[in-house]
Ligand binder design. Structure first.
Ligand code: NAD
Length: 259
């Protein structure tokens, strides 16, 4: 049921990190893949056996052109569209956030997905799948990540809306909400310490081993009755307080008091 043989997939931000891991896993499971990215990924595409198309997800026309180009490059309508491109700039508090940061995060992380949801359906086969990369930040508030978190929460909202709009064509729409992942965007020492202390599994996520397989599941028939969901893949980060955190706060790794 996880087989993607003869499936055609389009992945934004497919040249690095999570997107590249998804592209490689999809190809390994039989899919033909177009990676669309703002950076020139011709060499990476050649290396992994994909096609590359330039795309700036913050630009509506660029997204429309890339999706049309993918249909041409793969000789037919698509089966899976992964709206993954994003930037991770975490700003200061709302009070201190400047307009340039708001526009950058919102136009790429939020409108980029909106444009994908707007133009992907005409290029998708009935029964296809759209998967957006959201974030555990969409569900968990941490001071300073307000603009990023709001954009990712909007992704979850748009995904559940699109699921309702496209369900009659059998097109499923879901988002994946990773915790911190070992990519250029999420591998600072502070982020590693955070996952060690705050996740139930007490470790960082690996893009290929921990995150990409969930996209394979959501793109395949194994998830054929799942739609409109924002699926956390965060090592248990937003499920509760880790033992390591409680140890730090109370000196004991169990719940304090008589609960
Ligand atoms: N790494 C993490 O800890 C983490 C956690 C939660 C969610 N995410 C999300 O995962 C997604 C992928 O990030 P990643 O961790 O693989 O980081 P990454 O920086 O390795 O990959 C991001 C990709 O998006 C591309 N990109 C950036 N702006 C673009 C634009 N305007 N148009 C087209 N492509 C663009 C980049 O060139 C790059 O290939 C993002 O949406 C990010 O918000 C990452």
């Amino acid at each position: 049921m996880f087989d993607l043989e003869n499936k055609k997939a389009f992945i934004t931000g497919g040249s690095s990190g999570i997107g590249r891991a998804i592209a490689e896993l999809f190809i390994a499971n039989g899919a033909r893949v177009v990676i669309a990215d703002i950076v020139d990924a011709t060499a990476i595409a050649d290396q992994i056996g994909a096609h590359y198309l330039p795309c700036n997800v913050a630009d509506e026309t660029s997204v429309a052109n890339a999706l049309a180009g993918a249909e041409d490059a793969l000789n037919g309508k698509l089966d899976i569209v992964v709206l993954n491109a994003g930037v991770g700039d975490i700003g200061p508090t709302f009070e201190q956030t400047d307009q340039a940061l708001i526009e950058k995060i919102t136009s790429i992380n939020q409108w980029g997905v909106l444009y994908g949801l707007k133009y992907a359906p005409e290029h998708l086969n009935d029964g296809g799948a759209i998967i957006a990369t959201s974030s555990m930040a969409s569900k968990l508030s941490m001071p300073g990540s307000g603009v990023y978190s709001a954009a990712k929460a909007a992704v979850n909202s748009m995904v559940s809306m699109a699921a309702m709009e496209l369900g009659q064509r059998g097109i499923r729409v879901n988002s994946v909400c990773p915790g911190y992942v070992d990519t250029a965007l999420g591998n600072s020492p502070e982020e590693r310490r955070t996952t060690q202390m705050l996740t139930a599994l007490a470790r960082h996520a690996d893009p290929a081993e921990d995150i990409a397989p969930v996209f394979l599941f959501l793109g395949s028939d194994a998830s054929r009755y799942i739609t409109g969901q924002a699926i956390s893949v965060d090592g248990g980060m937003h499920s509760g307080y880790s033992g390591a955190l409680l140890q730090l706060v109370t000196g004991s790794n169990g719940a304090p008091g008589g609960h």
